[in-house]
Design a protein around this ligand. Structure first.
Ligand code: HEC
Ligand code: HEC
Ligand SMILES: [Ca+2]
Ligand SMILES: [Ca+2]
Ligand SMILES: [Ca+2]
Length: 480
């Protein structure tokens, strides 16, 4: 038994220390010792692990298909109006310029989708296409070449593969996915199967991609609760970081410092699968440009690499195509989408699962609870106690999940801890249960089984649980 795992936020008292789990036998002892001390009843303060109102006073009580698309319940009347205008710009399609609907023209020249909502359907998450003919939107392929900070090849394909284009302009190519089955077993002998994807680019319009081009597949995540994540104080996130693992629990979260174009300085990255964007506004402006082909003051140049002459000659829809005011409305919309309430909070299985979540070390990265500042500029988001289950830090998740493509200061195996709030409603809202950055996991359970690197010990803990305990942990996650 080595150094302790400590979760000061969630566990209280001297018993807040769990022994190291290394392998088989040690694991069995570990689990037995947890059972011996009452499954942690006395150790885990559940009030710090969950609350029905996951999004504080913004929380919306709906568990139906609209669960992710409601406005923060505590928005004022005027703010709700701004929200609705933002909603319309998030949902409606952009069209080719020039068009009579000037407010919405400028699509492309190359693009991946015509609106934000075609990837973030019902403000929820996308799934990967089922086959090469499946037109589903919401899986992007980011591109870069070796060099400092994940350099972009401005000559040929740029920083992202756009698989659609306006008339007269070639699309860059299409993604094709193949899966390889991987098998494994739980400690109790129950078998499981995972599928590891590989990606190829079909019909590359400007010749085959360079051999050293690095690719990173990204699925569109859900977009509710973004303003609350933005409101978590920077000092709080920095305090959770432990880059040199000084507390010796095997987990070494790092902050991702990125460029903030509005501030003209470096800032803490929070959004995207590698925390590559510092603000909701910049994330939205980047999406407008790269995903839809819409320029803004933050991303003023059309996305047409040197060799793409038809792209460079196509008419635009104004400079910029989305004015700051409208970008602001879309940003506000995403910032103030309500977090859906948890279900079954008093179910004993959910309570057991929540304890196991802490005991397995999940809470060491998926930090349950944060508090937003009292004086936050958006009143509805200020002074809120929230349960997003993320530390917004980068973690090395091991070879299995690595895309081997650095982004800014994030390495090819580092990912930002994704929030888990609302995860149990994805099936209802989006009609699927595909998880992780590329949607490879077919269930929450498979997502957990893919954890490696810093999360290896957590995964091994999960593998060592009995079928009943595993089900309890998953029941808790499905209640979020
Ligand atoms: C073609 C699909 C697609 C479109 C269209 C799209 N997005 Fe996204 N969105 C994504 C993907 C993929 C990510 C993850 C990006 C990353 O990892 O860097 C993302 C991430 C986000 C995030 C951050 C979520 C988080 O948890 O960090 C926000 C906010 C967001 N998008 C808003 C928007 C807005 C606003 C629009 C419209 C202007 C938009 N998106 C259009 C695919 C899309
Ligand atoms: C070392 C930090 C760390 C620990 C410990 C950890 N996770 Fe994660 N978790 C992550 C990161 C980072 C990702 C994103 C990985 C990816 O998409 O490639 C993730 C993804 C997930 C997802 C999928 C989320 C989504 O939106 O697709 C689930 C579910 C999840 N974790 C649950 C758990 C559970 C349950 C445990 C404990 C058994 C756990 N995690 C332990 C960091 C961690
Ligand atoms: Ca354009
Ligand atoms: Ca491109
Ligand atoms: Ca640590």
């Amino acid at each position: 038994m080595g150094s302790p795992l400590a979760y000061p936020d969630v566990l209280r008292g001297g018993s807040a220390r769990l022994p190291l789990v290394t392998a088989g036998a040690a694991l069995a002892i570990f689990v037995a010792s947890l059972a011996a001390c009452g499954g942690g009843d006395d150790e885990v303060d559940l009030a710090l692990v969950y609350d029905e109102r996951l999004g504080g006073e913004t929380t919306a009580f709906s568990d139906g298909g609209n669960a992710f698309e409601l406005s923060a319940r505590n928005l004022g009347r005027l703010e709700r109006r701004t929200f609705e205008v933002g909603d319309s710009f998030f949902t409606q399609n952009w069209v080719t310029a020039p068009a009579s609907t000037e407010a919405r023209d400028g699509l492309g020249p190359t693009f991946n989708a015509q609106s934000c909502s075609s990837c973030h359907s019902h403000d929820g998450r996308a799934r990967p296409p089922e086959n090469d003919a499946d037109p589903v939107r919401g899986l992007l392929l980011k591109l870069s070449v070796p060099g400092p900070d994940g350099s972009v090849d401005e000559q040929s394909y740029g920083g992202q593969l756009q698989d659609r284009a306006i008339n007269g302009v070639p699309a860059e190519g299409r993604i094709s996915i193949r899966y390889e089955e991987i098998t494994g077993r739980y400690a109790d002998g129950t078998p499981f199967t995972l599928r590891k994807p590989t990606y190829t680019i079909l019909d590359p319009a400007f010749g085959p991609l360079d051999k050293d081009v690095m690719t990173s597949p990204r699925i569109a995540p859900a977009v509710f609760g973004m303003g609350l994540l933005e409101a978590i104080p920077e000092e709080r996130i920095t305090a959770l970081a432990d880059p040199d693992d000084e507390d010796g629990n095997g987990i070494s979260g790092r902050v991702h410092l990125v460029w903030d174009a509005r501030q003209g300085s470096r800032a803490l990255g929070r959004f995207g699968w590698k925390a590559g964007q510092p603000t909701v506004e910049q994330q939205s402006a980047t999406a407008f440009l790269n995903d839809i082909g819409i320029t803004s003051s933050l991303a003023p140049d059309e996305n047409c690499p040197a060799v793409q002459s038809a792209c460079r000659q196509a008419p635009n829809g104004g400079s910029p195509e989305v004015p700051d005011e409208r970008l602001g409305r879309v940003t506000f919309y995403v910032q103030t989408l309500a977090v859906p309430a948890m279900r079954n909070v008093d179910d004993p299985t959910v309570r057991d699962g929540a304890r196991l979540f802490v005991q397995a070390g999940c809470a060491a990265c998926h930090t349950p609870r944060h508090v937003t500042p009292e004086d936050y500029p958006i009143e509805a988001l200020s002074g809120q106690v929230i349960f997003p289950y993320t530390d917004l830090l980068l973690h090395d998740m091991g070879e299995g999940l690595a895309d081997n493509r650095p982004e800014g200061e994030a390495s090819g195996s580092e990912w930002r801890t994704p929030p888990l709030w609302g995860i149990g409603l994805v099936e209802t809202v989006n009609g699927h249960t595909m998880f992780l950055h590329d949607g490879r996991a077919r269930s929450i359970e498979e997502a957990v089984l893919w954890h490696g690197g810093e999360a290896r010990r957590s995964r091994d803990f999960f593998i060592g649980l009995s079928a009943e305990e595993r089900e309890a942990l998953l029941t808790f996650l499905r209640a979020l």
